[in-house]
Design a protein around this ligand. Structure first.
Ligand code: BMA
Length: 397
């Protein structure tokens, strides 16, 4: 990966303010600011791909789709069963998803927080890329001090302010960042950088993670986010398209942006939202209240409108109905929301979470009562799985 000297100087000094007006001399051996901040070929390739699909179709994704799943009701695991081409989505539709999501939590270990080996994650990323899919990476990292998990309730010693420039434990945090940089820098296939969407510190408007709302000020959060990206770039990471993704706790653009680290850092603006659709569900009649679904539509509109004004790409970065226990969640819950109007149809992708075990899955598996509803959703002309997406690319070449 190309090392950008100027960006490194920036990353280590300018955390809250931007990198403009640096005292770094602009000579032959150091790129100009323009060069340093312009996207690399890998990043540009991914941004162009995402832009090309905008308004034409919504890419559908799942977390850990190739790692494990529910099969026909009995769990499978790629490592245990030595498979690299299975996904529950493919089992029920014939195609893998278009978006492949991974997580770098527990990056100091050989396995991630969900016991997927990092080596497997890397090979899956290569496979997905080679086959035309798009990879996105989240980071449920352990608290750098307690090193237990991402859900640690932090105290004075373990909260965000310790890890940002000026804090007393930045070095500990840097060790994690170094590992993430190593992983991202290892994403080179046949001599070519593989671009990925990188989505750290998500759902910060809730307080379930150590970087959440109750555990830091907005400025501390922004500094954490900015420092993360600038530090990674200083280590030569130049294959990431960066995504901002709060949970659903906003009603206005201003609220949505409370933690936003800045247009110079973020490429994709997203939202995670698991709860607005269930809140619209009428248990008795097994229907969805349109006005209540509109709550989520409005939030997507806020995201898309911000993206439009600021040259960003919008996405529904996480959603899902655990165990798919609401009738027709896919065709009568999710689909009407994301295709509600011209604006919501501008989202690039929607992804659901993982199919881990019988109490924690988001895509109906073979034989599940909602299987046919999911197939109907997947067959909708506006929803792109990998096969649809590849076909779209062929036709628009
Ligand atoms: C959560 C759950 C956890 C998991 C985490 C990161 O939503 O699936 O079990 O560890 O995501 O994948």
């Amino acid at each position: 990966m190309r090392k950008i000297v100027f960006a490194m100087a920036c990353g280590l000094t300018a955390v809250v303010t931007s990198c403009g007006g640096s005292s770094t001399p602009n000579n032959q051996s150091q790129p100009t600011q323009q060069e340093a901040t312009s996207p690399t070929a890998a990043v540009q390739e991914l941004k162009d791909a995402l832009t090309a699909v905008q308004g034409k179709g919504i890419l559908f994704g799942q977390h850990d789709a190739l790692s494990y799943g529910m099969g026909d009701g009995s769990e499978w695991n790629a490592v245990k069963h030595n498979t690299n081409d299975s996904s529950d989505i493919k089992l029920v539709t014939g195609s893998h998803p278009a978006i492949f999501s991974w997580d770098l939590g527990h990056i100091d270990d050989a396995f991630n927080l969900d016991t997927v080996p990092f080596d497997s994650i890397r090979s899956f990323i290569f496979k997905a890329y080679r086959e035309g899919g798009i990879n996105t990476i989240s980071w449920h990292e352990r608290n750098p001090v307690t090193n237990d998990n991402a859900w640690t309730k932090p105290n004075e010693e373990t909260c965000v302010k310790n890890f940002i420039p000026g804090g007393s434990k930045v070095e500990m945090f840097n060790q994690k960042l170094d590992k993430v940089a190593d992983f991202l820098n290892s994403l080179v296939l046949d001599g070519k950088d593989v671009p990925v969407i990188f989505r750290p510190w998500h759902e910060m408007d809730g307080s379930w993670f150590w970087w959440g709302n109750d555990h830091c000020t907005h400025d501390e959060y922004k500094a954490l986010y900015r420092y993360t990206i600038e530090y990674l770039r200083s280590k030569g990471v130049d294959n990431i398209v960066v995504a901002y993704s709060p949970d659903r706790n906003f009603k206005t653009e201003e609220e949505y942006l409370q933690w936003y680290p800045g247009d110079d850092i973020v490429d994709i603006v997203g939202m995670d939202n698991y709860w607005d659709i269930p809140e619209a569900y009428d248990e008795k009649n097994k229907t969805y209240d349109k006005e209540k679904l509109d709550v989520m539509v409005k939030k997507l509109e806020i995201v898309v409108n911000y993206a439009k004004k600021h040259g960003k790409l919008p996405a529904l970065t996480e959603c899902g109905n655990e165990t798919v226990n609401l009738d027709k969640w896919y065709t009568e819950g999710l689909l009407p929301v994301i295709t509600a109007n011209e604006t919501t149809r501008q989202i690039i992708y929607a992804q659901v979470w993982r199919n881990r075990h019988s109490k924690h899955y988001y895509v109906p598996f073979k034989g599940h009562p909602q299987e046919s509803d999911f197939v109907k959703f997947a067959n909708d002309s506006r929803i792109f799985l990998l096969n649809d997406y590849n076909e779209f690319k062929k036709q628009t070449k």
